[in-house]
Design a protein. Structure first.
Length: 281
């Protein structure tokens, strides 16, 4: 793998590469992850051997051009049934790659979708209460639930009228993204996969969503943000940034790397991608 020229980033990358999975500080990891899909021409490999380690309290960003496999990686980590996955996925010291998506969610893995789906007939309130009950393993008293929900709605500046509306039905893009982060705030996941949460947001909505992400992350959890652009990283400061191309992590660095990408684009990393034998971070 290729690292950016920053000595601290190189050292950090080596430290993460050599991590053992019994380290209590590791909140999420995958090892030698391969993801394939069946199409009319047979099996197509989309993710080609990715190693990733994220410690408690860390925010990682995954950047790359369209079609590089970023969203595929995130969906596969969550357990999307359309993909064939080999390798290991670990959450808080427990291997989860054999678990179904809902089982991973109950254990504290959360995913914010790039295109949240509308569910007519299911109210936001009922969905949130059922999700909380599944996450905590017990029913939530109505009064307690309402109090928690009110705080989350207030934190994200969302009108309480959304509570009785059907999930994402008729919501704008920005409203859907706010609701995704509201779920994150209430569910308190161990680890969050945020798939292009910034897409389709104007600057005001981006600031609100970013503030929610920052509030939802702390010393005992971690996040991986999938994004094309620098702009969300101005508000949610990543500790480590990875560049993903052609199904591999081809470069890892610090906060300086997105600025470099903004100036140079991704083409200058194509040679590194072609020469790389896998992705380790």
């Amino acid at each position: 793998m290729t690292h950016s020229g920053c000595p601290a980033a190189v050292a950090r990358g080596r430290e993460l590469s050599n991590s053992t999975l019994d380290d209590r500080d590791i909140v999420f990891a995958c090892r030698n992850l391969h993801v394939s899909v069946q199409d009319k021409d047979g099996t197509k490999e989309l993710v080609k051997g990715v190693d990733l380690t994220i410690r408690k309290g860390e925010k990682h960003a995954l950047m790359g051009p369209n079609g590089s496999g970023k969203s595929t990686l995130a969906a596969a980590l969550m357990g999307h049934p359309s993909y064939e996955v080999s390798g290991e996925i670990w959450l808080a010291g427990e291997r989860i790659d054999e678990l179904e998506p809902h089982e991973r969610a109950r254990k504290g893995l959360f995913m914010s979708f790039q295109y949240p789906v509308a569910v007519p007939g299911v109210s936001v309130a009922n969905f949130l209460r059922a999700s909380l009950a599944a996450r905590r393993g017990k029913e939530i008293p109505v009064r307690e639930f309402r109090k928690e929900m009110d705080v989350a709605f207030s934190d994200l500046g969302m009108d309480r009228s959304f509570i009785s509306r059907y999930l994402n039905d008729g919501f704008s893009g920005g409203e859907k993204k706010r609701l995704e982060i509201l779920q994150m705030l209430m569910l308190k996941p161990v680890f969050s996969l945020l798939d292009e949460t910034d897409s389709g947001l104007d600057i005001d909505a981006l600031k609100v969503v970013s503030a929610g992400i920052n509030q939802a992350t702390g010393p005992d959890n971690g996040i991986l943000m999938v994004t094309h652009y620098q702009r969300i990283l101005d508000y949610v400061k990543p500790d480590i940034v990875h560049v993903f191309m052609e199904g591999r992590i081809v470069r890892t660095g610090g906060s300086e790397l997105p600025r470099e990408l903004e100036t140079k684009g991704y083409d200058w990393l194509l040679e590194s991608s072609a020469a790389g034998s896998g992705g380790t971070a």
